[in-house]
Write a protein that binds this ligand. Structure first.
Ligand code: IPD
Ligand code: CA
Ligand code: CA
Length: 282
């Protein structure tokens, strides 16, 4: 519980372990028992056949909403499935209260197929600034965390993305075509140049972890939903990376960004990818 005069910073220093425990429990109780055992009636479509939600998504979000709001009284929760039920919930990202931003299962398509590439994403933000970040991949039991100004960690080991190795082709995870408008697809065509290897992403959260870990060079995403990006962008920043929209500004979780935008291992790579997205060749 946040006490008198305690800042969110102090809250994070004391409670990051509690958030880790909550995300592990959500996965153990609500997600993993259904992995590879989902019944047909537990899966529904949202905007189309590519956009799925399961009982695991809904129940994990319900569990996390209860635990996180109790941990930080006065905070609010913006979860993907709550916003699907009532889009007005999203407005809290621009409000005055500290906000937990939750994607209970990122990579639901992979989850439904029984594949390994999904995770749970939590971020804590205040007045548009992301202050805490948790990415939990239950298959493999790996957790990545970041607190603003205090670094990024994977299983307790400090993450340093570092610059790409010279002459390496840039591996760039891009929006999946099923989730991308024609205009956004045209901007992503800017990445089809020698020296850049774009590929469609699976779980956005795991792609950010790959950039923060130096296993991939960048992302180029064309949608704004804060639950997909908030945790990963802080993780990349705290690992030494940077993010830029097509117009050269850092991405804002409060919206109004020029899309697509990139997050990359270092500032120079972010600039190079943002220029390509804006149609400027090297
Ligand atoms: C999706 C994944 C996917 C991305 C979609 C997201 P979900 O999240 O991150 O990689 O292309 O735009 O909606 O629906 O599995 O949480
Ligand atoms: Ca997601
Ligand atoms: Ca989701």
């Amino acid at each position: 519980m946040i006490e008198d005069n305690e800042t969110i910073d102090e809250f994070l220093a004391r409670h990051t372990g509690d958030v880790e425990e909550a995300v592990r429990k959500a996965a153990a109780q609500e997600i993993m028992p259904r992995w590879r055992r989902l019944a047909e009636h537990e899966v529904d479509q949202k905007s189309g056949p590519h956009d799925l939600v399961t009982d695991a998504d809904r129940d994990a979000e319900r569990y996390l909403t209860g635990v996180l709001s109790a941990l930080l009284p006065g905070s609010v929760v913006v979860g993907e499935e709550a916003v699907h039920a009532d889009p007005a919930v999203y407005g809290a990202i621009r409000g005055e209260a500290p906000v937990w931003i939750v994607d209970p299962v990122d990579g639901t398509r992979q989850f439904v197929r029984g594949e390994e590439g999904f995770c749970t994403l939590i971020a804590l933000a205040h007045r548009g600034v992301v202050l805490g970040s948790w990415t939990y991949a239950p298959v493999g039991d790996r957790i990545a965390t970041a607190i603003r100004g205090r670094g990024a960690f994977l299983e307790g080991e400090r993450l340093h993305a570092g610059p790409p190795e010279p002459d390496r082709e840039l591996r760039v995870a891009t929006s999946h075509p099923d989730f991308t408008t024609d205009e956004q697809k045209r901007s992503l065509l800017g990445l089809n140049v020698p020296g850049v290897a774009p590929r469609p992403c699976g779980s956005a959260g795991l792609e950010y972890l790959a950039v923060a870990s130096g296993r991939s060079e960048a992302t180029a995403f064309s949608w704004e939903a804060a639950w997909d990006h908030a945790a990963g962008l802080l993780l990349v920043e705290e690992a030494g990376g940077a993010h830029l929209t097509r117009s050269g500004e850092p991405f804002r979780i409060t919206g109004g960004n020029e899309l697509p935008f990139t997050a990359a291992r270092d500032a120079a790579t972010a600039r190079r990818v943002a220029d390509l997205l804006a149609g400027e060749r090297d």
